[in-house]
Design a protein around this ligand. Structure first.
Ligand code: ZN
Length: 93
């Protein structure tokens, strides 16, 4: 399954067929790390978890969807829609 990895912090995008390969490239991303559809970090190798939606929710900076920035809301929707939301279709890639 080919997946589109999107760093929620810097917006970096990468495509991988093999989750192991993505993990080696520094991505904290399901299915290698964490689980699809669960709020957890979605970051590339350059970004820290402290910039993630997961962190903001864990530290209670965000208590509901109403507290999210547009970028965080986008991340939230994408995570909730996984894995379909990051599956690569023919017209993409
Ligand atoms: Zn990043």
């Amino acid at each position: 399954m080919r997946l589109k990895y999107i760093c929620e912090n810097c917006g970096k995008v990468a495509f991988y067929d093999d989750p192991e390969e993505a993990f080696k490239a520094g991505w904290d991303y399901p299915p290698k790390m964490y689980s699809f559809g669960m709020i957890s970090p979605r970051t590339c190798g350059n970004c820290e978890i402290t910039t993630t939606l997961w962190w903001a929710m864990t530290t209670r900076d965000i208590k509901s969807i109403a507290d999210m920035t547009p970028q965080q809301k986008e991340t939230f929707d994408r995570i909730m829609g996984e894995p379909q939301s990051i599956m690569v279709t023919d017209d993409e890639d």
